[in-house]
Design a binder for this molecule. Structure first.
Ligand SMILES: *Cc1c(COP(=O)(O)O)cnc(C)c1O
Length: 372
């Protein structure tokens, strides 16, 4: 059996130790005589798995007690609708920062919901770097909230553009604090985080949390009372909070695997400070290899370069397909850039090791020597 170097943007590489543990427990979970995926979600065994996963996640991010952690389905994309549905009950204008494809999809969804719904007020773009080709994020003094802002939404790490915030946007607002809402799908758990700065954080699992099929939402408890009355129950955060995320059958196996990833982060890696150190070494090595070559390029301003997703182009684009096929033969998988931008992209999520990144750099340098 060979596990190759996997740079997939998502669903992404899982830690090998987690997959081995899941394999050991696959047929008979710790003497229960059945697999986790064959158990009632109401059984004491699964309830313990679910509660442990939540506790480990809370410990990793030091989540304060006045925040609830919800386990939902539908991916981050469903949260693009959940955010306005759950926060616009009292009215106000949803504010968004635009930094590329994922924040743009969140904006499209709120505008879609606003059509034919007079209680939703379209959206206010509080900052955008579209005119600069999204090579940096809006600077703090380029963000202007509308006077009646209901919340400010941003995407911490644009997975496709390889662009990330180097600061947490301020949300003063005229009537006191405006809740800050963040899509952290591709960066959560890559570094420590001050959750208390946020009203809501959400993330689809399939980048840094576990397999596809589960989505984690962290929400400050006072924000659970703001849903629009017509919010469908399965899209309402409060319903999940009141039912320990078991309003209907949750994605039990994905939840269990996420729990194993949290255990791995805590015990094998040693926590998020340690994870950040490793992640920074990984991306710095790759950016250095790109920057010291005339053959490879990354357009993002250095302070806003993503530590998780590194897009790059070749000086000679006609070599793209031979680069990808030779990379694959060398055991380097999923380096093709997103279909909307082309080029290459290496995603360096938590489960991607320093050895994986070194193998990529060695291949890139060899390719440049032969073809550059
Ligand atoms: C992957 C991703 C999404 C979409 O996630 P789904 O789970 O496919 O809905 C949204 N936002 C960001 C930042 C992502 O990386």
């Amino acid at each position: 059996m060979t596990r190759l170097h996997n740079f997939c943007a998502g669903p992404a590489a899982m830690p090998t130790a987690v997959l081995e543990r899941a394999r050991e427990e696959m047929l008979d979970y710790r003497g229960q005589g059945s697999s986790v995926m064959e158990m009632s979600h109401r059984s004491p065994t699964f309830e313990a798995i679910a509660a442990q996963a939540e506790q480990d996640f809370r410990d990793l991010l030091a989540i304060p007690d006045n925040y609830r952690v919800l386990f939902m389905q539908g991916g981050a994309t469903m949260q693009f609708a959940c955010v306005p549905l759950n926060l616009l009950g009292p009215g106000g204008t949803p504010n968004y920062l635009d930094t590329g494809i994922w924040s743009g999809k969140a904006i499209k969804e709120v505008e879609h919901l606003s059509i034919a719904n007079e209680r939703l007020a379209g959206s206010h773009i509080a900052g955008s770097t579209r005119n600069n080709g999204y090579v940096h994020v809006p600077r703090p003094d380029e963000i202007a909230l509308s006077g009646d802002a209901a919340y400010l939404h941003y995407c911490h790490n644009e997975t496709i553009g390889g662009l990330a915030y180097d600061y947490v946007p301020q949300v003063g607002g005229s009537n006191g604090e405006v809740p800050l809402v963040c899509d952290m799908s591709s960066s959560i758990l890559s570094t420590p985080l001050d959750v208390s700065r946020y009203g809501v954080i959400y993330a689809g699992a399939q980048k840094n949390i576990g397999p596809a099929g589960i989505t984690v939402v962290i929400v400050r408890d006072d924000l659970l009372e703001r849903a629009l009355p017509q919010t469908p129950s399965l899209l309402g955060w409060k319903v999940y909070a009141d039912n320990d995320s078991m309003i209907n059958t949750p994605p039990t196996y994905a939840w269990y695997l996420a729990g194993l990833v949290f255990q791995w982060l805590k015990h094998d890696i040693g926590g998020l400070d340690e994870m950040e150190t490793i992640n920074r070494r990984k991306c710095e090595a790759l950016y250095a290899a790109i920057d010291t070559s005339d053959f490879y390029a990354n357009p993002i301003e250095p302070v806003n370069r993503s530590i998780m997703n590194v897009p790059f182009t070749l000086a000679d684009e006609s070599l793209n397909s031979v680069f990808l096929s030779e990379a694959e033969s060398a055991g380097l998988l999923n380096l093709k850039g997103h279909r909307s931008v082309g080029g290459m992209r290496a995603s360096l999520y938590n489960a991607v090791s320093e050895a994986d990144v070194q193998a990529l750099i060695t291949f890139m340098q060899d390719f440049e020597r032969r073809r550059g």
